[in-house]
Design a protein around this ligand. Structure first.
Ligand code: NAP
Ligand code: F7E
Length: 339
């Protein structure tokens, strides 16, 4: 039986990856920084709470990381923990640089010192492409991050490559484009939309305020993406892979599809920051732009090319964009209608 350690077990990807590894017969140890706070609701949702061993884990604390590696015979280490919200990284750039960036060096150094045989997965991101230099983006596309988050992840990405090349660690970096699910955090735009429109439909909220509706993202399903993480660590050689669907949609497209699936007849009036979304049946404004959700510098467009992963890992996404919106909308609407 292999043992895997997942940092960020309380997050969206942590929960889906734990479920996948348990299904494959792994012993799963999950790192959580607030073990007493009830932050593990996602594991409960997936009914795997009692199957995962939870240990205290804080990215800022080198000794904590060292101790976990000393105490446990770990074969695979998936580093999913991070300050992962791009918006917050502008408010907290130093904390983000330390947690999302420098901490990866703490982990790599611990692995090198304590057990260099451990296979390491780093959660890199399409945010490193930022102001894109070419379309679609693949493993050879130059990086141009646009936020303290993207820059911190780029540091971690290069450190992962550097430890692979300098010390021969089996260290992989998955450059994952946006992936969502019913377990997505409430601050991200997809969840804000499916939750917000569900509440509006049920008469529990009047209006949904959002930022830049023209941003385009390559959105996939988190359950599909964690399979790619595992596949990367099962290869003969460690390498880096882009994971994406190869389709891009605007925030407005996401809203339109959610409204359609939930039965709101939505029409748009105005442009840019003056644009409003109107419930045609009720003749009422239900969506507005609030500039407080704009970012100081935006990533306008992302579209991934995952041909390398498809060829070498045999990975492909199963859930379509329409199905993803459906999954998220149904989960939020059903939950809210019972409250
Ligand atoms: P998430 O839901 O925000 O989960 C982040 C996890 O990191 C949470 O478990 C969080 O714990 C933990 N964490 C934060 N600060 C920590 C600290 N100081 N010490 C220990 N743990 C800490 O993110 P996700 O969507 O699952 O994404 C997983 C990883 O992939 C992240 O590194 C993210 O940056 C990266 N990524 C995500 C996407 C995406 O579209 N989802 C795409 C590319 C890359 P708490 O619950 O205590 O806050
Ligand atoms: O924003 C726009 C916003 O916060 C998507 C993280 O998982 O994926 C995620 O980062 C777009 C942006 O995700 C609102 O300006 C409009 O253009 O859902 P998001 P993100 O910034 O793409 C990458 C790959 C990661 O690695 C990250 O960890 O939507 N947008 N209005 C809004 N965004 C938010 N959050 N809230 C709004 O009201």
């Amino acid at each position: 039986m292999k043992t895997a350690f997942i940092s960020g077990i309380s997050g969206q990807d942590g929960a889906y990856l734990a479920q996948l590894l348990l299904d494959k017969g792994y012993k799963v140890i999950g790192g959580d920084r607030r073990t007493a706070s009830g932050s593990l609701w996602r594991l409960e949702k997936l009914n795997i709470m009692n199957e995962v061993e939870i240990v205290d884990f804080e990215l800022a604390e080198f000794t904590n990381i060292m101790r976990i590696l000393e105490k446990n015979d770990i074969q695979e280490f998936y580093n999913l923990a991070a300050q992962s919200f791009v918006g917050a990284s502008f408010e907290m750039p130093i904390m983000t640089a330390d947690i999302t960036g420098v901490s990866v060096l703490r982990i790599l150094e611990s692995i090198r010192k304590i057990n260099p045989k451990i296979k390491f997965y780093q959660a890199s991101t399409s945010e490193m492409f930022g102001k894109v230099r070419e379309t679609p983006q693949n493993e050879l596309t130059p990086f141009y991050p646009r936020s303290p988050y993207g820059i911190s992840k780029l540091f971690a990405h290069w450190m992962t490559i550097n430890y692979r090349e300098s010390y021969n660690l089996f260290a992989c970096s998955g450059i994952l484009f946006n992936h969502e699910s019913p377990l997505r955090g409430d601050e991200f735009v997809t969840k804000k939309v499916t939750m917000g429109l569900s509440k509006i439909k049920l008469g529990k909220q009047e209006i949904l305020e959002l930022g830049n509706l023209d941003a385009k993202r390559d959105w996939g399903f988190a359950g599909d993406y964690v399979k790619a993480m595992w596949l990367m660590l099962q290869q003969q050689n460690a390498d880096d892979y882009v994971i994406a669907t190869g389709e891009t949609h605007s925030v407005k497209d996401f809203i339109n599809l959610t409204a359609k699936q939930i039965g709101i007849n939505l029409v748009w009036e105005g442009e840019k920051e003056k644009i409003v979304g109107i419930d045609k049946e009720k003749n009422k404004i239900i969506i507005k732009v609030n500039e407080k959700f704009y970012r100081p510098s935006e990533v306008d467009f992302l579209l991934g090319d995952s041909i390398k992963a498809r060829k070498i890992l045999g990975w492909e996404p199963n859930v379509t964009f329409e199905e993803l919106v459906g999954l998220m909308t149904k989960a939020d609407y059903d939950k809210l209608s019972k409250e």
